[in-house]
Design a protein around this ligand. Sequence first.
Ligand SMILES: [Zn+2]
Length: 401
Amino acid sequence: MSGKHIFQIPFLKDHHNHLSLYSLLFKCPSLQGVLQKTDALNMIRALDKDSLSVVLGWNSGHYDFTSIELEEFPPVIIVNLSLHGFIMSKKAEEIMKPSHPEIVKNYRNTEWYERHFPNMLIFLANCVPARDGLLTDFFQAMEQKGIYYIEDMLLPNEPILNAIQHSSYAQRTAIWADPGTFHSLNENSRTFIKGIKLFTDGALGARTAAIRKPFKDGSTGYLLHSDDVLYRAMAEATSLKKGVSVHAIGEDATAQVVRVTQQLKQDGIQFSLLRMEHCQFIMESVAREAKELGIVLSMQPNFSIDSIDYSDRMEQWYLENNNPFRMLIDNAGFVPGEDLIFGSDGMPHGADAALNAALFPPYPIQKLSIDEFVAGYCMPDQSTGVINVEIKDNKAFTDLK
Ligand SMILES: [Zn+2]
């Protein structure tokens, strides 16, 4: 039977985003949607010749840049769509070399980049000077996309934290910091930090997520740390009386987090809040253990689309088992809004992509009901704004009010 249904749902509470990073990078030019290389070249060649520019949204699957092009470009850092990699023009390298010799020397090495991923994000954020009104600009743009609350999974520096703290948006975020940044903060700033962010593997786009089988090109993902090193990092983070959030994408990474958490609990270490970020691949037995340990899964319905976008690099099993929401909810017992929460990672921001991917995903295991979506991804009520979702002919359309 055909027909349309209209649902009115509250604005989004995006549990995994990068408020500081995206606010700082918000006015940067982007190659997202620039599909022809000639258009990309024109855009980059028109950038400022004297000061450093950061360009976002580059899909290296669409086009690459030659060393000759990089030599003649203005000073520019061109950042991969997933943020898991960038290239620098020769002039950008010359500018950054005195202050960041290690990064200029190593950023092209994928493994090095992944091992230093949090630092690379922080480096990019620090390449863009903060300016007045940046939080307002960003929050207003996000409201247009139906988002009210924007969690910050990786604080780059103390000044942006203080800007958030003293803005009218302080209640519309929660801020996480990696151990290095956390320790660099003064006592007062530390009180504003919700928790410590750790990483156990890379990303699918960069083929560095710790999935068990090789990617189609033969490259293999890997864990960033031994169990011992992760154990110590998680124990240290809890000793700060903060929440702990661990990035884990591949099934080896999610299994490691659960294994190490079991060990920590056996040793009497308690977590006030332990989150696993992304969790795109997790075996059912591991999911059941994670549930028992009280781990909160923080996942991105929009990443269900990786099953299409990354069909060039992942075997069929991975396409069919990415974001296994039905297994997690129906079999392992996770409850949206309680121990299963949703966010976007800003890829892309907004209700439209999230709803379409949640309600009409590539594979049945990825499907969420509208009620599950609301429970895991929306503000508790409609007072901050509402999104009208019209579902018609097997497709969702949103209309922000
Ligand atoms: Zn993230």
